[in-house]
Design a protein around this ligand. Structure first.
Ligand code: T46
Length: 326
């Protein structure tokens, strides 16, 4: 379910017992503004029955256990919090109900914002209407993910193995930063990435062949600045399964998402100075070099320039099902 993630909190355990540190940004996706805890709850009591419009929270049952029923207005899920190393991240626009508290249960809640009565939606019908609009708006990104021979799909934890395989391939990762050391670390990285995705801070896509469904590679939009209306394109990696125009198609789709879905005015990218192949590709695509330092060259593409290029030469790389007219 979007906006809900079960987190496995890293613990340090030895013969003396266990310790879990929670620290932003190392192991927490937001800076804590408020902490509260719920305890002394009778087994028959149920709490919550509301959603928040903007608040993000992490629920941890420090002692005992409790169950949390979450809903996005369409589907429901029950999560059992029965260990202090389990955290439940609940983002905006999720209906929550807490129930089945054990006698000694203490539910700790870390919140991203101060208490604000106006952020609550307590009427379920009102919630449902707002939630459907909210999630439809988020899901409309799927109108921009179909190319001619490839499609894009937002990364999921199940992609960790393929991501790991590509990122440790010496031939392919020459110009990318080194990654964490195991598939498990990648799963963890993706979990925290999903929270950034829910908050529209970053979008990481898997590229796959839309005929035989074979996985091809990955591509990412990050540093999304909604004040300046600019973002950075990068983490571009493609394996041997790529189709003839996979890179170009993925590039066009990423620009469609940047300029049409996210309504950016500028896309930035940086490339290693000795990566001649990539520099040539980005220049031919329409990017202009704006500056350089000892290691990298920095490029940008403005919306107006892209719009012209799209009409002149890129429309044909978009798949038939895309409904991304401006
Ligand atoms: C949530 C779930 C998981 C405050 O004055 N400040 C606070 O920070 C909070 C959280 C509550 N209150 C007052 C408001 C109510 O008069 O405490 C009273 C009990 O709160 P409420 O009925 O909202 O409690 P729950 O258990 O139904 O819900 C709480 C949180 O309010 C909510 O944000 O997500 O826990």
């Amino acid at each position: 379910m979007k906006n809900v993630i079960c987190l496995e909190l890293n613990h340090f355990s030895d013969r003396r017992g266990s310790l879990i540190p929670l620290e932003y940004p190392k192991s927490l996706p937001f800076d804590i503004k408020r902490i509260y805890y719920i305890y002394n709850v009778d087994k028959k009591e149920e709490r919550g029955f509301h959603s928040h419009r903007n608040l993000e929270q992490i629920l941890i049952c420090l002692g005992g256990n409790a169950k949390i029923r979450v809903s996005d207005g369409k589907t429901k899920e029950v999560i059992s919090l029965d260990s202090p190393n389990k955290g439940l991240y609940i983002g905006p626009m999720i209906w929550r109900e807490m129930f089945d508290f054990s006698p000694n249960a203490t539910l700790l809640v870390l919140a991203s914002k101060e208490y604000d009565e106006k952020d609550y939606i307590k009427d379920y019908l009102e919630y449902k209407q707002e939630a459907i609009e909210y999630f439809n708006r988020i899901n409309s990104i799927n109108n921009y993910t179909k190319g001619r021979t490839i499609n894009l799909k937002l990364v999921e934890e199940t992609d960790a193995e393929f991501l790991f395989k590509l990122r440790i391939n010496k031939k392919l990762n020459k110009y990318l930063s080194k990654i964490d050391s195991s598939v498990e670390d990648q799963i963890r990285w993706i979990k925290y990435y999903k929270i950034r995705e829910f908050n529209r801070e970053e979008f990481y896509f898997k590229v796959f062949n839309n005929k035989n469904k074979e996985d091809i590679g990955f591509v990412r939009l990050y540093n999304i600045d909604y004040n300046k209306n600019e973002l950075t394109f990068g983490s571009f990696i493609m394996g041997e399964t790529k189709t003839k125009y996979a890179a170009l198609e993925a590039m066009v789709l990423m620009m469609e998402i940047s300029f049409k879905y996210l309504k950016m005015n500028k896309v930035l990218l940086d490339v290693r100075k000795d990566n001649e192949h990539a520099k040539k590709f980005y220049k031919r695509f329409g990017f202009t070099k704006v500056r350089e330092n000892d290691l990298d060259e920095f490029y940008e593409l403005k919306k107006e320039e892209y719009q012209k290029l799209f009409i002149q030469k890129y429309q044909e790389y978009i798949g038939g099902n895309n409904s991304n007219g401006n």
